[in-house]
Ligand binder design. Structure first.
Ligand code: SF4
Length: 491
């Protein structure tokens, strides 16, 4: 079993887009599924390291355990033993809305009010990957005071419980059919009540969600490695705009949105960076797609050099592809300390630079006297890439040519990634040559958008590329845009 955690991504990932969340669900009659859910969450740890949680039910009541920290910190044998039942959902979180507090850890749990018309209060739990763009108007329309809900996931749960309280004859699926079309933005959801596991993908399918089959049961997961680790066979990716209800009769699809609103726009950055290399999306394994990104980058932006190296870990497959296509020797020039946490929480640039040095150390013997091609997946702010270039030069590199396996990241993401404001995005404010000068590189080139889409292996499929083009597939309220574009000279 491969460990996937904070140290499994690019060492510069604090300046790459930050992940939103991972979700997992399982329905397996006659089994205890807490350990299986733990394994699923372990495989999804890379999608969020701030908090983790799990809700289970044996049909008689919902139990929730959640806390700040990694999956391995939050759960132990004692806690797992208390999580009884054949039905579970789980969540790993990185906050994109709401603060990073215990209260915002997921799954979110709700129970309806006592009502004589309902045989017994209805309990449910919800896990969310994505980001709503209309929480303000949802709160206003529902007459909720600001602060009623502390995250957009909390808003969804609150809207559901309000609907259920007002319609005691309704069940959770009916509530979802009413509430989901009012939501805008990105949401891949898993939910459970005492009888059913439910999966939802928004009509654009910004975030992934797939269905797997156990010998006796079903699994939902953000990424396919969470199926693999639990022994589930991949069945299919859920459709954008699909609500999937799984009970003793198997999965059943409900479509709460009219067909004309369904427009697939899977996040292109799932291919570039977010999802694990062993994940499969649009039928493609991402490791192969990332190698192709490097091959196309070599065709598009060749340079004479002695060695191609990647920034560990997520820059490595594209570096391999670049080397293969260019015929220039592939080598390792940086060693990564795998036993420290992420560095993105450091508050100022001096500490951030130190954070890079804590994570990466140059291999002097491989670098000294060499003209290097250094491949990474993205540059968001640029500060740590600059520190890395300096470090490579100090280690003896005679030239450093940066090659990036995605186009310049110019626009903020509103669909579940935290990239900061436009003022913080280096490519929103500087031209490529200016970025090259700021980073201290001898040359800099980014992969073209059409080449990136070609490299996915599914060039005709629907992708969101808004952070690269500014072409947002789902409306962004003016107030949100104003906040994210504040301070940008091109806003
Ligand atoms: S804006 Fe960028 S990061 Fe956000 S969903 Fe679209 S492609 Fe992904």
């Amino acid at each position: 079993m491969r460990h996937v955690g904070p140290d499994d991504r690019s060492a510069l990932d604090h300046e790459s887009p930050r992940e939103a969340c991972g979700v997992f669900g399982v329905f397996a009659p006659s089994s205890q599924v807490a350990h299986l859910t733990y394994d699923g969450l372990y495989a999804l740890q890379h999608r969020g390291q701030e908090s983790a949680g799990m809700a289970t039910t044996d049909g008689a009541g919902v139990m929730v355990v959640k806390d700040m920290g990694l999956v391995t910190n939050v759960f132990n044998e004692y806690k797992l033993a208390g999580l009884q039942g054949h039905l579970a959902i789980g969540h790993t979180r990185y906050s994109t809305t709401g603060t990073s507090t215990w209260h915002n850890a997921q799954p979110v749990y709700r129970v309806t009010s006592k009502n004589p018309e309902r045989f017994q209060p209805l309990e449910f739990a919800l896990g969310h990957n994505g980001n709503l763009t209309n929480t303000e108007s949802l709160l206003a329309d529902a007459g909720m005071l600001p602060g009623t809900a502390t995250s957009d996931s909390d808003v969804i749960a609150e809207l559901l419980v309000r609907y259920l309280d007002a319609h005691p004859e309704a069940d959770l699926v009916e509530a979802l059919v009413e509430v989901l079309p009012t939501l805008q933005g990105a949401f891949s959801l898993v939910l459970l009540d005492n009888e059913r596991l439910i999966g939802v993908r928004d009509p654009h399918g910004f975030r992934p969600l797939c269905l797997g089959k156990l010998d006796q049961g079903w699994v939902l997961a953000s990424e396919t490695p969470a199926l693999d680790i639990t022994g589930a066979h991949f069945v299919r990716e859920m459709d954008p705009g699909e609500l999937l209800v799984i009970d003793h009769d198997g999965p059943k699809t409900v479509r709460p949105w009219p067909e004309k609103l369904v427009d697939p726009k899977l996040c292109l950055f799932e291919f570039v960076y977010l999802a694990r290399p062993d994940s499969r999306l649009y039928g493609q394994e991402l490791h192969g797609a990332r190698i192709r990104m490097g091959e196309l980058l070599a065709e598009q932006a060749p340079v004479d050099a002695d060695m191609v190296m990647g920034v560990p870990d997520s820059g490595l497959p594209a570096a391999e592809g670049y080397a293969r296509q260019s015929g220039i020797r592939y080598g390792h020039g940086l060693v990564k300390n795998r036993y420290i946490g992420r560095t993105f929480i450091v508050p100022d640039q001096a500490q951030r630079t130190q954070g890079v040095r804590r994570k990466l150390n140059p291999l002097h013997g491989a670098i000294t006297g060499q003209r290097l091609i250094v491949v990474d997946d993205s540059i968001v702010r640029g500060t740590t890439t600059r520190a890395m270039v300096k470090m490579l030069r100090e280690a003896g590199a005679t030239e450093v040519h940066l090659r990036i396996s995605s186009p310049p990241y110019r626009w903020p993401c509103y669909y579940g990634l935290d990239t900061g404001t436009r003022a913080e995005l280096i490519a929103a404010n500087l031209e490529v040559l200016e970025i090259q000068e700021y980073l201290g590189a001898d040359s800099l080139a980014y992969l073209h958008l059409d080449s990136l889409k070609k490299a996915t292996g599914a060039p005709g499929a629907g992708f969101c590329d808004a952070c690269l083009t500014g072409d947002y597939p789902a409306d962004i309220p003016v107030v949100l845009r104003r906040e994210a574009e504040a301070g940008s000279p091109v806003a």
